[in-house]
Design a protein around this ligand. Structure first.
Ligand code: SAH
Length: 508
């Protein structure tokens, strides 16, 4: 047996779906997780790559029409070579790998070389694209047949393998990919061969992405509309009466924040919840982390305070980061959750409280609804009990305002401050997002703490023209105003859901 056939390598030819991060299959995700090398295309959403284990090699093989980063033969050779080296290779292709994806050619090369491969189908843009524009490709009243063809071949050239006479006469819906540049010639062929000029046509660009655009017309006028609008690839085109369903089924583009580009400035680790909520409402989210959380400089001192946590009457948390820092240290010191003793727990707001509750610990005190700031917590203590000689451990960041210490000490409490983390400028993880912001602008930027404001302004990136500013609450707003900027939206409830609700209301 040759060494090739005994090689333990395998190549997965995986459909990455049309773009929406949720439209990757579970099997596709498993293949990304298992990969030693990822080889991916222009149309594969790079967000999927985050499922890769650390250290996974990533090879971008490009391919925008007319701009081949690596010719197909080279891609074939590359995946064969990598697999022969005994690696687990995950080859990610936009949509489905064998629908106009040249997946079959790659599979044939792998077969020829005697290496193992598997094909993992994906959600194709040919069906998902129309669906996200509110157009079902089949419908009991309109179409019982679907034809998918490539618009890549020049219909006026004799070597085209497409028979436009048959296509134009065929029943049902027709979908074509790779055809925006040739829309004039394609619709011309349909009309020439007897298709009705008033047949509805829709083009869906960057389908299922936050920036999806849909253009609707007829066989007679869509080419002119494409030209007038400067509508460009990549787009999927649908021809047929099913397009009329869009009038009532256009769910994706009807979502409240659709078409809005919104910047999230939190740390990469914390951005997720806010980004997801905004994206669910239809926004195109740009994650531009301006800050990063690092452990406090003096871990020894922090560790000693955490070790003594059970000796306090109260432990006070004023940020989710504080909770994380505290329990990371706690877990290093103790193997028993009961080591926290009888200390009661106070939190500044629901986000912080969530983190505490995740440890199956109850939160004993929180400010009144809508007053989720340090001042609110001081007030809550004041109303709750006499603080004379009460021992408090306050877990905080290096840059946190002194409100808690001053307020509680003022009431007679004895406050120890455990500095668990510090906030530093993010310098590496936002370069791509910065380029997007500079080149394409944004409709809104969100700030979730005074430090995100400071660090964003330190980047010295001018705010795009017309970009609105949203703030999570009064402290953050004060930081924004201090720099001469206007706050367009301030959350009523100072929490992530509160911010999302305010942003949604603003764009209504
Ligand atoms: N295998 C892919 C198609 C690859 S051919 C699939 O199953 O979807 C490339 C063409 O697919 C593009 O020119 C465009 O016509 C279409 N396409 C892929 N992703 C798209 C998207 N998100 N929005 C619109 N068109 C898309």
């Amino acid at each position: 047996m040759s060494s090739k056939t005994t090689s333990p390598g395998i190549c997965y030819l995986v459909g990455a779906g049309p773009g929406d991060p949720g439209l990757l299959t579970l099997k596709g995700k498993e293949c990304i997780e298992a990969a030693d090398v990822l080889v991916y295309d222009y149309l594969c959403n790079p967000e999927h790559l985050r499922y890769a284990k650390p250290g996974t090699e990533r090879i971008y093989v490009g391919k925008k029409a007319g701009d081949h980063t690596l010719p197909q033969e080279e891609i074939n050779k590359l995946i064969v070579k990598l697999t022969q080296e005994g690696k687990t290779v995950t080859r990610l292709k936009g949509g489905d790998p064998v629908l106009f994806g040249r997946g079959a050619e790659e599979a044939a090369e792998l077969h020829e070389a005697g290496v193992k491969f598997e094909i993992v189908p994906g959600i194709t843009s040919a069906i998902a694209g129309p669906a996200y524009a509110g157009i079902p490709v089949t419908h009991r009243s309109h179409a019982s047949m679907l034809t998918i063809f490539t618009g890549h071949e020049d219909p006026t050239k004799s070597e085209t393998s497409l028979d436009y006479a048959k296509l134009a006469q065929a029943d049902g819906t027709k979908v074509f990919l790779m055809g925006v540049e040739r829309i004039d010639a394609i619709t011309g062929e349909f009309l020439k061969h007897g298709a009705k000029p008033e047949t509805p046509v829709a083009l869906v660009r960057w389908a299922t992405h936050g920036c999806q655009q849909t253009l609707v017309g007829t066989l007679a006028d869509i080419a002119a509309k494409v030209k007038a609008a400067g509508f460009k690839a990549p787009a999927v085109a649908v021809i047929g009466d099913v397009v009329t369903e869009r009038d009532q089924l256009n769910w994706f583009e009807d979502r409240p924040l659709f078409g809005k580009k919104i910047v999230v400035t939190r740390t990469r680790q914390q951005a997720g919840v806010l980004s997801k909520k905004l994206a669910q409402l239809g926004a195109e989210v740009i994650e531009l982390p301006t800050i990063r959380i690092e452990p406090a400089a003096d871990q020894l001192e922090f560790g000693q305070l955490v070790q003594d946590c059970h000796t306090y009457d109260w432990i006070v948390f004023t940020s989710p980061n504080g909770v994380d820092a505290f329990f990371t240290m706690f877990d290093k010191l103790y193997n028993d959750a009961r080591s926290i003793g009888g200390a009661r727990i106070a939190c500044v707001g629901p986000g912080t409280a969530e983190k505490v509750k995740a440890r199956h610990l109850a939160v004993d005190l929180m400010p009144d609804k809508g007053n989720y700031v340090a001042e609110g917590l001081v007030k809550a203590f004041d109303q709750h009990q006499n603080m004379e000689n009460v021992n408090v451990l306050w877990v905080r960041g290096a840059e946190t305002r002194e409100v808690i210490a001053n307020g509680l000490t003022g009431m007679g409490a004895i406050v120890d401050e455990a500095i668990g983390y510090r906030t530093v400028a993010e310098t590496e993880d936002n370069l791509e997002a910065l380029a997007v912001l500079k080149n394409e602008g944004a409709d809104m930027i969100t700030f979730t703490s005074a430090s995100t404001v400071e660090h964003f302004l330190n980047l010295k990136v001018p705010l795009p023209a017309g970009c609105k500013i949203a703030s999570i609450g009064p402290i953050t707003s004060a930081a924004i105003k201090e720099h001469g900027l206007k706050v367009d939206v301030e959350a009523k409830e100072n929490s992530i859901p509160g911010l999302v609700a305010a942003v949604e209301k603003f764009w209504k």
